[in-house]
Design a binder for this molecule. Structure first.
Ligand SMILES: Cc1ncc(COP(=O)(O)O)c(C=O)c1O
Length: 367
């Protein structure tokens, strides 16, 4: 009998699917723990914008209709927000959809993507799914992108360079100087994907906003942003790309016709204007990061200073600590799959959740 895996690209047959953070319901089912704390997927602990919930409720009676396939109003509002034309915006079912479409468009056998080791797991997945080749560049200090080395790794067969700024799972950033140097060196055949999923959380003055460096004549940059993080709408799946209109046109050639649902479109339009929710989220996150970093220092747990809404912490044996924390009702993310067997990644939660995590971690580590 022919098996499906014999009929697909070998790189696809060999793939290990993306492993998401453990869902709350699964922990409840498996260990009988009620009300666990989930700090595993870099979600917004405050919940969605109340305005988004209202907009979703108001749109429910129209669910018999297909969505606006062009996401016209959504793209218009995003474009307005950035002061650019809507033909430079591509709306998607999460920024992950854009990553997959870019790989599908630009990669195939013999063509490669360049990305950093210890970076977002979807870059290798999307590359392999498209049958492309991988150029994985070592970090410069164990955690941060080495943009000079990444520029050097680009060759005439490179079509995509994936940069996560801040990076997941390390929370590190690259700054203006490195970024400008990198831009000056990238040849025209390589599309630079600046994945800025955690853009809004960054407090560092040297952080570059890649939208400022789009230059129609000199280089191809695709900036990725998402509504999954600061806007608290991970479940509804909306992200977007900003790029030159000819790239947007190609993305439109290969996307499915209704890739952003009608509820998603109205929800994110409402959330975009919810300044109170955004401000509270930023405050909760800044306080949470400061609290966790202070407590980790007190416990003698080394960590990577974070520019995002999560922290990578060295706990000695990441897998064991992850399992112990699960038994105490706290879900974090083990990092073996990202090449950090000693670490766990902890998303910032509400004050009580952060306290619970610190107390549980102190017990597990015997501190
Ligand atoms: C670096 C990075 N890019 C993209 C995403 C995915 O975002 P979305 O929910 O928009 O697909 C994440 C989510 O964890 C991420 O960490």
């Amino acid at each position: 009998m022919v098996r499906a895996k014999d009929l697909v690209l070998p790189s696809v047959a060999a793939l290990a699917p993306y492993e998401p953070g453990k869902p709350i319901e699964e922990l409840e089912r498996e260990l009988g723990i009620s009300d666990p704390v989930k700090l595993a997927s870099n979600e917004n602990p405050l919940g969605p914008s109340p305005r988004a919930i209202e907009a979703i409720k108001a749109a429910l009676p129209e669910l018999n209709r297909y969505p606006d396939g062009a996401s016209f109003e959504l793209r218009r509002r995003i474009a307005e927000r950035h002061g650019i034309d809507a033909n430079r915006i591509f709306a998607a079912s999460g920024s992950v959809e854009v990553i997959h479409l870019l790989a599908f468009l630009f990669l195939r056998r013999g063509l490669n993507s360049v990305y950093s080791e210890h970076s977002f797991a979807i870059y290798p997945l999307a590359t392999a799914a498209a049958g492309g080749e991988h150029k994985v560049v070592p970090t410069n200090d164990g955690y941060s992108h080495d943009l000079d080395a990444m520029a050097k790794a680009i060759d005439s067969n490179t079509r995509l360079v994936f940069l996560a700024n801040p990076n997941n799972p390390t929370g590190t950033i690259y700054r203006q100087g490195e970024w400008k140097r990198f831009l000056a060196r990238v040849p025209e055949n390589a599309v630079i994907v600046a994945d800025e999923a955690y853009f809004e959380f960054v407090r560092d003055a040297g952080y570059p906003d890649s939208l400022q460096d789009h230059d129609d004549d000199r280089r191809l940059i695709v900036t990725l942003r998402t509504f999954s993080k600061i806007f608290g709408l991970a479940g509804i799946r909306v992200g977007y790309a900003v790029a030159r209109p000819d790239i947007i046109e190609m993305l439109n050639h290969v996307r499915q016709p209704f890739n952003v649902t009608s509820l998603a479109q109205v929800a994110v339009i409402a959330a975009m204007d919810d300044r109170a929710h955004i401000a509270r989220t930023l405050q909760v996150n800044a306080e949470g990061i400061d609290y966790l970093e202070t407590e980790f220092k007190r416990l003698g747990v080394s960590f990577v200073p974070s520019h995002a809404n999560f922290i990578l912490a060295d706990v000695g044996d990441g897998g064991a600590v992850y399992n112990e924390l699960l038994r105490k009702g706290v879900i974090v993310r083990p990092m073996g799959g990202y090449g950090y067997p000693r670490h766990v990644r902890i998303s910032v939660g509400l004050t009580e959740e952060n306290r619970g995590l610190v107390a549980a971690l102190a017990e597990v580590l015997g501190k």
